[in-house]
Design a protein around this ligand. Structure first.
Ligand code: 13P
Length: 253
């Protein structure tokens, strides 16, 4: 059985000015600067990446972005490339978040191009998948998640798979206060491993880290994280508060 290092990432979404970002990171650093049992990643908005990068230098804390373009450069107004993120010592990038799929029309094909561009630039993609409430109610959860995993992660080599993190985020649990039960989340996480096994192989299926995301908070994190196939969390609202974020990371230790 592979041992997977837990990974807890704060997806700040469109929140925090540079000043607020530095204050939050400084607070988290007081508790977690030397944390080595869990990979702890801040994903601030683009405007705060440089400041957060500077603030985590010399600590065990790491940096991620929330999106990127698949091309290396060019006429793509408003976009940012993998190389630009790497220059800021960014090591992770969230791709295919449900908000990007819903509001910015990102398809699995687009996410797949971004995943490949990220991996080629040595950035680790955190690839988000998850069903809508109507999918779950219609018994389509596995079909939807399988299609997203297969489409978003198509055509990767074994070496590339090793750098992938998947975030299972049921859309109905995001920002709603309604968390998937630990059993519901565990069931989908285990299912995702069977999909990886058929796309790659069993050993990668057991070693790829799969985070849960969707209204994770200090009160429900311990039970979610104790599920055998849940390897951490992708945290939205609760990552904006240092105390909550630190407590969630501690639940992953
Ligand atoms: P919340 O934790 O606010 O539900 O957001 C989850 C999420 O979308 C993380 O990417």
């Amino acid at each position: 059985m592979a041992t997977r290092k837990p990974i807890v990432a704060g997806n700040w979404k469109m929140n925090k000015t540079v000043t607020e970002a530095i204050a939050l990171v400084d607070d988290v650093k007081r508790d977690l600067a030397n944390c080595s049992e869990v990979d702890v990643v801040f994903c601030p908005p683009f405007t705060a990446l440089k400041a957060v990068s500077d603030a985590v230098t010399g600590t065990h804390l790491d940096l991620g972005a929330q999106n990127m373009h698949w091309e290396a450069s060019g006429a793509y107004t408003g976009e940012i490339s993998a190389g630009m993120l790497r220059e800021l010592f960014c090591h992770y990038v969230i791709l295919g978040h449900s908000e990007r799929r819903a509001y910015f029309h990102e398809t699995d094909e687009i996410v797949n191009k971004k995943v490949k561009a990220a991996l080629a630039a040595n950035l680790r993609p955190i690839v988000c998948v998850g069903e809508l409430l109507e999918d779950r109610d219609a018994g389509r959860t596995e079909a939807v998640v399988e299609e997203q995993v297969r489409g978003s992660l198509a055509g990767l080599s074994a070496r590339e798979w090793a750098d992938v993190v998947i975030a299972y985020e049921p859309v109905w649990a995001i920002g709603t206060g309604r968390t998937a039960t630990p059993e519901q989340a565990q069931e989908v996480h285990a299912f995702i491993r069977t999909v990886i096994a058929s796309m790659a192989d069993e050993s990668l299926a057991q070693s790829v880290r799969i985070q849960y995301g969707g209204s994770m908070k200090p009160s429900n994190a311990p039970e979610l994280m104790s599920q055998p196939d849940i390897d951490g969390g992708l945290i939205g609202g609760a990552a904006l508060d240092a105390r909550s974020f630190v407590d969630i990371v501690k639940a992953a230790m």
